[in-house]
Design a protein around this ligand. Structure first.
Ligand SMILES: C[S@@+](CC[C@H](N)C(=O)[O-])C[C@H]1O[C@@H](n2cnc3c(N)ncnc32)[C@H](O)[C@@H]1O
Length: 263
């Protein structure tokens, strides 16, 4: 993999590209006048990170469209919240202003953004992503994306995105130190028509959620531990979640209420 910029890059794009090259242990290659195809062929690489003035793009092969951060469905959900409407994930987790939320499977950070908007300025959302490239692309997007709505942009900027395995991160947290822990692992049985996740499928960590990670989540959470999965999934039973369906969609949420338990 190499890191480069669009042609005629600004100083900001150049320094972002050099920083990402260091972070991802990939060479930084000045773009010059070459097309991306020429660069990829000359360097014999298929994977490229391209820093443009607007975003960071990840290309895997010539035929694939690049992966880049876009709030997509989260933007629609946040606009509903702005109109005073509800969101099933917030209802099930019980997320309120001031809450501390750990999103253990950040992906494109759509759910993190909904949490961040709801938890507000007094709350905090930490988004955990185990895959370094995905983490870098989405983190840079959260830092720079302009949605045209200042409160939505502020919610993006407040998300702290960390590249680590969630099992390791949760194990380092004290008991009862956060309000909500959320898991949205790659489904055991993917829903292919859910195309929002298509670009990240090749990059994502597809491992199953572990019993140990759920146990750690219950230890650190004060309110709820919630998991999203296919509605027919056996993961709810295997991991001890109570399955709650949301309307007619193919997804369901598993909920573990930790408040009021023996803790
Ligand atoms: C289905 S996606 C999450 C989508 C996300 N909820 C959103 O709104 O965009 C699952 C993500 O979790 C990441 N992941 C899977 N296992 C992980 C682990 N053990 N630690 C951290 N991240 C993990 C995957 O790499 C992938 O990016």
């Amino acid at each position: 993999m190499i890191v480069t910029t669009s042609d005629k890059p600004s100083q900001r794009a150049l320094s972002t590209a050099r920083r990402l090259a260091g972070e991802l242990s990939a060479p930084y290659v000045p773009r010059g006048k070459q097309t991306l195809r020429q660069m990829a062929e000359r360097m014999a690489v298929i994977r490229l990170i391209v820093v443009t003035e607007k975003e960071v793009r990840y290309y895997d092969g010539q035929t694939e469209s690049p992966l880049y951060f876009h709030p997509s469905m989260a933007f629609v959900r946040v606009k509903r919240l702005r109109r005073g409407e509800s969101d099933p994930l917030l209802d099930l987790t019980g997320c309120k202003p001031g809450d501390i939320v750990i999103d253990c499977t950040a992906g494109l950070a759509a759910d993190s953004l909904v949490f961040s908007y709801a938890a507000g300025e007094t709350g905090a959302v930490t988004a955990i992503e185990s895959e370094p490239v995905l983490c870098a692309v989405v983190r840079e997007g959260l830092a720079g994306y302009q949605s045209g709505l200042t409160d939505v942009d502020a919610a993006m900027r407040r998300i702290r995105m960390i590249n680590v395995n969630h099992a390791e991160y949760l194990a380092g947290l004290p008991d009862n130190s956060v309000d909500i822990v959320y898991f949205d692992p790659m489904f055991r049985q993917p829903i292919h028509e859910s195309s929002a996740l298509e670009p990240l499928r090749k990059l994502a960590n597809g491992s199953a959620l572990t019993v140990e990670a759920v146990r750690e989540a219950i230890r650190v959470a004060r309110k709820t531990v919630v998991m999203k999965e296919h509605r027919e999934s056996g993961e709810f039973e295997r991991l001890g979640f109570e399955r709650r369906h949301v309307n007619t969609s193919k997804i369901a949420y598993g909920v573990i209420e930790v408040a009021g338990s023996s803790k």
